[in-house]
Ligand binder design. Structure first.
Ligand SMILES: CC(C)(COP(=O)(O)OP(=O)(O)OC[C@H]1O[C@@H](n2cnc3c(N)ncnc32)[C@H](O)[C@@H]1OP(=O)(O)O)[C@@H](O)C(=O)NCCC(=O)NCCS
Length: 194
């Protein structure tokens, strides 16, 4: 078993990007096309800074998690936010703690980033405990996360998800009360979400 490794997605070698796309297709076939000779599909949305966390087992990409980052404005204050995205383990390798280790490594990396104010993303309610145990991510039922205010934007109250949040920077902690009992707008194109 190899250790969890990480690299900015944009610097990932072609073989790794191909393996990530194959894993995404295996886990989410409806929305993740297989790579072909012409292109390797990027599972992450345009416009986000992405750090990729991954582990190989038996020469296979066994588990993956992306950390995506962007800037938002909330109640007049600018925040650098980050979230976990495309978290997946190859079905043949599930239940061996690889997902836990990958999410834990990604969260530890986030804790060390001096410019990240807070983390926020959504997951199916059944996985809230998994993220809490792996990375101390807490469900915040009083926070509504919205893709944008556009018609058709994805929102946490229109999906079967819970919002998970962790405050990292001193600024986010000082303004913490503004980040609860509130609506947080990701300001992303319609169809994108976290
Ligand atoms: C979620 C996922 C990444 C976990 O990967 P994994 O490598 O099997 O994780 P671990 O072995 O570290 O398991 C961690 C724990 O989460 C639990 N768990 C995993 N999937 C679960 C689910 N869908 N519902 C409830 N609990 C789940 C496991 O039972 C395990 O608990 P245990 O340690 O008490 O047995 C994997 O199941 C997967 O790829 N699922 C499909 C994609 C997905 O839903 N991704 C998350 C998007 S937010």
């Amino acid at each position: 078993m190899e250790a969890i490794r990480d690299i900015p997605y944009e610097l990932a070698p072609e073989g790794l990007r191909r393996d990530i796309a194959v894993l995404m297709h295996q886990v989410w076939p409806e929305v993740s096309p297989l790579p072909d000779d012409a292109a390797i599909p990027n599972p992450h949305e345009e416009g986000w800074k992405v750090q990729s966390f991954y582990v190989y087992a038996d020469g296979q990409l066994a588990s993956y998690a992306g950390i995506v980052q962007k800037q938002i404005t909330h109640r007049g204050a600018v925040f650098n936010i980050a979230g976990l995205s495309c978290v997946a383990t190859d079905p043949a390798y599930r239940g061996r703690s690889l997902g836990h280790q990958t999410v834990a490594a990604a969260t530890r990396w986030l804790e060390r980033q001096p410019d990240v104010d807070f983390g926020i993303f959504t997951c199916h309610p059944s996985l809230a405990e998994f993220y809490d145990r792996a990375g101390g991510w807490r469900a915040v039922p009083d926070v509504l996360l919205i893709g944008s205010e556009e018609d058709g934007a994805l929102t946490s109250d229109s999906l079967p998800v819970v919002v998970l949040q962790r405050l990292f920077s001193e600024k986010a902690k000082a303004l913490g009360s503004q980040l609860r009992h509130t609506t947080i707008n990701l300001d992303v194109p319609v169809g994108q979400f976290l």
